[in-house]
Design a protein around this ligand. Structure first.
Ligand SMILES: *Cc1c(COP(=O)(O)O)cnc(C)c1O
Length: 389
């Protein structure tokens, strides 16, 4: 039996804090007999818009649907190209292909693991003028809770004359300086896509998501397409789908939103503890902890949705930790260009060396709010034991 058992994510501390409130709020929805959309969804939309610093937000059925709907509202379809990262959760690339557009993958920055603007330029140089003219959007991801380089990516998008859709599913509240101004994830591009999947920093009791938008016309298009493209019920000028957010999720997310910044702070404190402990133990030659590259003046320059370490002999380390009662996870084992479903895109396996290395070395360690100092000491001790330090 291991000395301790540490899950990668434990929602129990949150539940202990809020169980009664959650039960009351959900019970009120049940008793209201109103289970589709309504005032709770609208209230959440206002609160998220304010939290992210945008004009409007549109609640949707999931983070994946947020991405799909944003691209649909931008009329992305057959023949179109969308430049995106080669290294993310599958949904980022999947939604592009589902619209019969083609994802064009770009390698990542080795420190932040986000789409590398330098590599975007290299990719553009390799394309013909005809191909470049078919680019309809950039879809960067703020991976693990840290914003991509929006200054550079927005400049490139402006040169191309195309919009940027931010996949901010892992980065709600994460901040960057954009042209010298403090901005939150999802507020810089034309649309920001968020997920309320339970393992995100702001999670519901099931699936849900939201899209942040500044342009009222785009917000309107998204709202219409959220309900089958019907401006007036049963009359359809455009095609949409059922992308609605349930009020049960909305009340839960509203309650959690009040605590989100305190949970971010706890994740950041836990991250800082790992930095200290790993340094003191002399582990830095074997394992590199994540780096927050944005300006130190930003309180949420990294919100550590995942705490991703780059480890030598990663798979052996993961198995060892498992034996010792410590859960860890590989996000993500396979970059997009190596996924079977994208084989027809014709990328060589050796293309994207940075993504390939990331897939072989990255390991997520427990950083959730409520992980104890004792648990983190135990993790550090076991990692040191593995490397013989
Ligand atoms: C979680 C996630 C999504 C999808 O969100 P769902 O709510 O699970 O559909 C999309 N992109 C990224 C980067 C994610 O982490």
């Amino acid at each position: 039996m291991p000395e301790m058992n540490i899950p990668l994510l434990d929602l129990q501390p949150q539940l202990d804090e809020m169980r009664d409130e959650l039960v009351t709020a959900v019970t009120e929805v049940i008793d209201s007999k109103r289970y589709i959309m309504g005032p709770e969804v609208e209230a959440l939309e206002k609160e998220i818009a304010e939290y992210c610093g945008v004009a409007e937000a549109v609640g949707v059925s999931s983070g994946t649907d947020a991405l799909l709907l944003a691209l649909m509202a931008l009329d992305i379809g057959p023949g179109d190209l969308v430049l995106t990262t080669n290294f993310s959760f599958f949904a980022t690339a999947g939604v592009i292909s589902r619209l019969n557009a083609t994802p064009v993958f770009v390698d990542i920055d080795p420190i932040t693991f986000n789409m590398d603007p330098e590599q975007v330029r290299v990719t553009l140089q390799r394309m013909s003028a005809e191909e470049r003219s078919r680019i309809k959007a950039l879809l960067p991801v703020h991976l693990y809770g840290q914003c991509a380089d929006m200054d550079e990516l927005m400049s490139i998008a402006e040169e191309l004359g195309v919009p940027v859709v931010e996949d901010a599913a892992q980065a709600i509240g994460s901040e960057c300086l954009f042209r010298g101004e403090r901005r939150r994830a999802g507020s810089v591009g034309v649309a920001g896509c968020f997920s309320f999947f339970p393992s995100k920093n702001l999670g519901g009791l099931g699936d849900g998501g939201i899209i942040t938008v500044n342009d009222p016309e785009l917000a309107y298009k998204i709202r219409i397409k959220r309900v089958h493209g019907a401006e007036e019920r049963y009359f359809h000028r455009v095609i949409g789908g059922n992308f609605r957010l349930d009020p049960i999720q909305a009340v839960v997310v509203r309650l959690k939103l009040k605590r989100l910044d305190s949970w971010h702070q706890q994740r950041q404190q836990n991250a800082a503890r790992y930095f200290r402990m790993f340094e003191e133990t002399g582990l830095n030659d074997f394992i590199r902890l994540p780096e927050a590259v944005h300006d130190r003046s930003l309180s949420n320059r990294h919100i550590y949705n995942q705490f991703m370490a780059r480890a030598l002999r990663r798979d052996e380390l993961k198995a060892f930790l498992q034996q010792e009662g410590i859960a860890s996870e590989v996000y993500y084992p396979l970059p997009f260009h190596k996924q079977e479903c994208f084989a027809d895109l014709g990328y060589a396996k050796e293309a994207f060396p940075v993504s390939n290395t990331a897939a072989e070395t990255l390991l997520s360690l427990p950083v959730y709010p409520g992980v104890t100092e004792e648990a983190q000491r135990y993790v550090t001790r076991k990692v040191a034991e593995f490397y013989g330090v």
